[in-house]
Design a protein around this ligand. Structure first.
Ligand SMILES: [Zn+2]
Length: 239
């Protein structure tokens, strides 16, 4: 049960009566935007719990209904997101929707195949070291077209260079029997999981900034997988 509070500054005109404007702007407590204070009170563990709870709400159909325009106003002068997510561009994995997050809650970097490179690692250094996020999630997903393209060694324009970023994960999966083909669902899924774990490891190996923050327990880094058939996100795949 959400505690309701009035987001606007107006007062009840009389007992039991509030203006229609106030009713329209009433916000569940869960809709309060992240401030620097709330962000810094969070830990990697509570940040992860928040994302788990968000996905659970999404799965149950009981997402938080917020006045997004009020959140825009509340974040106009600054942001303090509690987490950062690297995900694929896949239209079936809209990060804020499947994690039930809103304006000012999470940084999101999206690239086909959710790999990391210098630009994305730099973005995450900003998200954590500069802007204060407590958790980085690399979110892979099932039935990923980029993973399938890398598995099949597709060549097409600039996509060829992009898919090269996923090849280490393809080569690392040796335990799945059968053809190393996009038609082999178990192999594709294993590569997608390894690709998410590989990206999570890369963040520490390629960034002294992130490595130091992890060692000091200032941030956490987690690999996760989204099931496009159910909407469920598993955070148990560790990087
Ligand atoms: Zn994908």
């Amino acid at each position: 049960m959400l505690t309701r509070r009035l987001f606007c500054g107006c007062l009840p005109l009389a007992a039991g009566f509030i203006s229609s404007e106030c009713v329209a702007q009433a916000q569940p407590e869960a809709c309060e935007v992240f401030t620097r204070g709330r962000q810094q009170a969070a830990t990697p563990e509570t940040a992860l719990m928040r994302l788990r709870e968000g996905n659970a709400r999404f799965l149950s159909g009981k997402t938080v209904n917020c006045d997004l325009r009020a959140q825009v106003k509340a974040t106009a002068h600054g942001q303090a997101p509690f987490a950062a997510v690297v995900s694929c561009i896949d239209s079936r994995v809209p990060v804020e929707i499947v994690l039930d997050q809103r304006i000012g809650d999470v940084f999101v970097a999206r690239v086909a195949g959710n790999f990391v490179n210098t630009d994305i690692i730099g973005s995450l250094e900003y998200a954590t070291k500069v802007a204060g996020a407590k958790l980085v999630v690399v979110l892979g997903h099932s039935e990923c077209g980029a993973i399938k393209g890398a598995v099949d060694d597709v060549k097409l324009g600039n996509l060829t260079a992009l898919l090269a970023n996923i090849k280490p994960a393809v080569e690392a999966v040796t335990s799945v029997e059968g053809p190393r083909s996009s038609k082999h669902a178990a192999f594709v899924q294993a590569v997608a999981e390894e690709n998410a774990r590989f990206a999570a490891r890369q963040l520490v190996e390629r960034s002294a900034v992130l490595k130091e923050m992890v060692e000091k327990k200032e941030i956490g880094i987690v690999a996760a997988m989204h099931d496009i058939a159910t909407g469920q996100i598993s955070f148990t795949v560790h990087g």
